[in-house]
Structure formats: C-alpha cells, structure tokens
Design a protein around this ligand. Structure first.
Ligand SMILES: *Cc1c(COP(=O)(O)O)cnc(C)c1O
Length: 233
C-alpha cells in the first residue's frame, strides 16, 4: 500500500481547505477536516493517524465500533465522528465513543441523545441533519421544516447541539452543490435565532465539493475518497 500517497493526498486536501478559507476571509483554523474512513481497512487508516489526522469519521455504528477497537492501541487523542444514520437502539453503545454525531435526523433521536447526555460527564456534541437538496432518499429534516421544531429542539437542553449538517445531491459538482450550502447556513442562522443559542458549526462538504462548502462557511468537512485516491488497499 502506498502510504506516501495517503500523506500527499492529506496535505493536498488540507492546503485546498486553507486556500478556500482564506479566499472567503476565514481563518483556516476555523475548519476541521474529518477524514472519512468508512469501508477502508484499518491498514489504510493508520497512515492518516500517523500523519496527525486525529478527526476520523465513520458512517455505520457497527463499523465505527470495530475501528475504535482496532485503533485502541493508537493515540488516545483520536476524535471519532459518526457521520451516518444512527438507530436509536445503537445510540447508547455509540455515545461514549464519539466526539460529534453529525447526522441527528429526527426529533426522536435528538430526544434519545438528550436523555443519554444527562447520564454522562462529557457527552458528544451533535448536529442536526437537514436535507437541503430536495432528494427523497436523504435522511433528516426537509429543509426549513427544522424551524417548525425549534421549540422542541430548544427543550433538549442537555445535549450539546453545535449546528447543522447537510449532504449535497449525489454525483454533483461543487457549483451544483453550492446552493445547498448557502441554504444550510441560512437555516442555521434562523434556527439559532429561534432557539436563542448559537449554532456555530456547519458540517458540509465532501470530496467533490468541500472547497465550495468552506467558502460558504463549513466548519466541519467530511472528506473520504480524495484522501485515498491512487492508494491500493
Ligand atoms: C461517504 C461520506 C462522506 C465522504 O464522501 P467522499 O465523497 O468519499 O469524500 C461524507 N459524508 C457522508 C455522510 C458520507 O456518507
């Protein structure tokens, strides 16, 4: 396996994020790259960790549990992010392993996590998933519908709600995705106003469109395939 290529890919993605941040007058340090390692063997993840990449994202709880276990001998400072759908019955086990749950896609799940947050000292932060691209297949609140749940969301006061997350339509390029990002930021601003709490984070941007996402205010970008380009497993 080509570990030098993984390092090069990582540096290139980090550079592009920093450039996109500067272009839009933002501090590059305000953007956190989450390396999406779903479906990648642990042998491909280790070189990233060795290169200092400590924010790792997984989609599936089961796979997350396995990776957490497999990398338990690595740096204790790894920050795991769950970026995919979480079923309520997997929440309790997943909860203590992760720093951020990106895709809270229903009020029911938010309430479950709020209850769990009341039971532990340092609960993970969460983002609410909003479907800004009009695709039926996506999880989450449909666009501005999240605003109609503002009171119920505000009532979940134990869980640390930090912002919103979206996925642009599949297979689109950055410019097609950009309106989704602009939309998410607007909905975030509106929701923060309604619930009377700051929502500093926007989890948006993947390999095809992360630079546009950063230009539009992303604080968490979830990049997978761009990090593993040209790398044989
Ligand atoms: C797979 C995935 C990513 C990363 O996608 P790439 O195109 O490989 O960068 C980001 N976010 C979510 C929710 C994903 O499922």
């Amino acid at each position: 396996m080509n570990t030098a290529r993984i390092r090069d890919n990582l540096l290139s993605v980090q550079d592009r994020i920093a450039d996109a941040a500067r272009r839009s007058g933002r501090d590059p340090a305000s953007v956190t790259l989450v390396a999406v390692t779903k479906k990648r063997p642990v042998a491909m993840v280790r070189p990233l960790v060795e290169a200092g990449m400590l924010d790792l994202g997984e989609n599936y709880p089961q796979e997350l549990w396995e990776k957490v276990d497999a990398l338990a001998d690595g740096p204790a400072a790894i920050r795991w992010h769950l970026i995919g759908h979480l079923q309520g019955n997997k929440a309790r086990r997943t909860f203590p392993m992760v720093r951020v749950i990106h895709a809270v896609d229903s009020l029911k799940l938010l309430r479950t996590l709020d209850e769990l947050a009341g039971e532990v000292a340092d609960p993970p932060a969460v983002c609410l998933q909003v479907n800004t691209s009009d695709e039926e297949a996506k999880h989450g609140w449909k666009d501005a519908a999240v605003l109609t749940d503002a009171d119920a969301i505000a009532a979940c006061s134990r869980i640390r709600l930090i912002g919103l997350m979206t996925m642009a339509a599949y297979g689109t390029d950055a410019e097609t995705a950009r309106p989704s990002f602009i939309r998410l930021r607007a909905i975030r601003d509106a929701l923060a106003g309604r619930i009377g709490r700051p929502l500093p984070d926007l989890s948006m941007g993947m390999s095809n469109d992360y630079e546009a996402a950063v230009e539009e205010g992303a604080t968490l970008v979830r990049v997978g395939s761009a990090l593993f380009e040209g790398v044989d497993s």
